[in-house]
Design a protein around this ligand. Structure first.
Ligand SMILES: *[C@@H]1O[C@H](CO)[C@@H](O)[C@H](O)[C@H]1NC(C)=O
Length: 381
């Protein structure tokens, strides 16, 4: 009896079998449950879909089944928490679904505020659908704090830009171009401290550019053209070190061009055409060797063209047409490294057109409609 009691018992295999079963069967099941999208995210997406109508491509017919993280066109989830992270719906794409349909997309309806329930959203891209109307849901500014990209370009959105847009501190891209937005640029926009790309072109935005726009220190593109923006060009713009592309064209901007704009270190494109800007062209603008495209056409610029070009001058386009510029064509232009497109037409310039290499490829249209310019390609002096 004693012997039997003390005999070491062999471990039963069952605990191991049970552990193995848990690892092989139960864990993968649990994993599937975790990977599926949250029911509330799926509901929010279905509410969003219910407000839209996309008849040609059938992208919403892929929004089937419980797991909105799997095979729902345009939806992607965060792999760690399985929350909906991106909505990426572009109406113009090389995607097979577009190639099969042989056309670009079109969608009508509106953007449902139900997207504000997707509170982990980092990208909201609903671009180039041409027909989506209604307002931008105001709740995005309070409910989507992780938003990095807000791209609603190319629709028919109306109303105002949400006044609290500045709450989107992580947003690097704000693209609302080619819509029907009105109202002013919200003052809070200067709090979007991560913003790199701002595009509000081709809307009906009025009011002035916030004078403290210089607070947007990360900005590299500020595109506000084709709106009804009035007032002055704030000189604080010139403090935005990274700004490479500034487009204020086709607005109602008045005043004059701040001299500091010409001293910006990386500015390469400046479009101020079609405004009511007066005064003289700052010398700094024409002597800035980094500026490759300068369009000051159709303003009220006066005085003469500063004679400050040099061997590093490299303009792909220099358009000073339709102003009130007087005097001669600067002779230093002859020493320029490159002048691609030059337009000095419709001014009050006078005197001989300089003879030299940079001018040889230019046609009469570059010089037409001045007071008394002469020489090749116009009439001889
Ligand atoms: C400059 O702007 C005017 C007026 O908006 C436009 O007609 C012209 O084509 C532009 N010039 C260049 C070189 O793009």
């Amino acid at each position: 009896m004693m012997m039997m009691m003390s005999r070491p018992t062999l471990p039963s295999p069952w605990p191991f079998v049970i552990v193995l079963l848990v690892i092989m069967v139960v864990m993968p099941l649990a994993k599937i449950v975790v990977e599926g999208c949250l029911a509330s995210d799926r509901e929010a997406l279905l509410d969003f879909k219910a407000c839209l109508n996309e008849p040609y491509l059938g992208i919403f017919s892929t929004w089937l089944g419980d797991d909105c993280c799997r095979n729902w066109y345009g939806i992607s989830c965060d792999p760690t928490n399985h929350r909906v992270a991106d909505i990426n719906l572009r109406g113009e794409s090389e995607d097979p679904i577009f190639l099969r349909a042989g056309r670009s997309g079109r969608m009508t309806g509106s953007i449902s505020p139900s997207i504000c329930k997707l509170d982990r959203l980092t990208a909201l891209i609903i671009a180039d659908w041409k027909g989506i109307s209604g307002e931008i849901p105001g709740c995005i500014t309070s409910s989507l704090p992780s938003l990095r990209v807000l791209d609603l370009v190319g629709n028919r959105l109306s109303g105002r830009i949400p006044p609290d847009i500045g709450n989107l501190r992580k947003a690097t891209v704000l693209n609302l171009a080619d819509n029907d937005l009105s109202g002013e640029i919200p003052a809070s926009i200067v709090q979007m401290s991560s913003l790199m790309h701002l595009d509000l072109r081709n809307n009906r935005i009025s009011g002035q550019i916030p004078s403290d726009i210089g607070k947007l220190t990360m900005l590299s593109r500020a595109l506000l053209g084709r709106n009804q923006i009035m007032g002055l060009i704030p000189s604080s713009i010139a403090t935005i070190y990274r700004l490479a592309d500034l487009d204020l064209s086709m607005n109602k901007i008045s005043g004059w061009i701040p001299e500091q704009l010409g001293k910006m270190p990386v500015l390469s494109t400046l479009n101020l055409d079609c405004n009511s800007i007066g005064g003289q062209i700052p010398e700094s603008l024409l002597s800035n060797t980094g500026l490759g495209i300068l369009n000051l056409s159709r303003n009220g610029l006066e005085g003469s063209i500063p004679d400050v070009f040099g061997p590093k001058t490299y303009f792909m386009a220099l358009d000073l047409s339709y102003n009130s510029l007087k005097g001669k064509i600067p002779t230093t232009l002859l020493g320029a490294n490159y002048i691609g497109h030059l337009d000095l037409s419709h001014n009050h310039l006078c005197g001989p057109i300089p003879i030299g290499e940079p001018f040889e490829h230019l046609e009469a249209s570059s010089f037409d409609y001045n007071d008394c310019l002469c020489g090749n390609p116009l009439r001889t002096c």
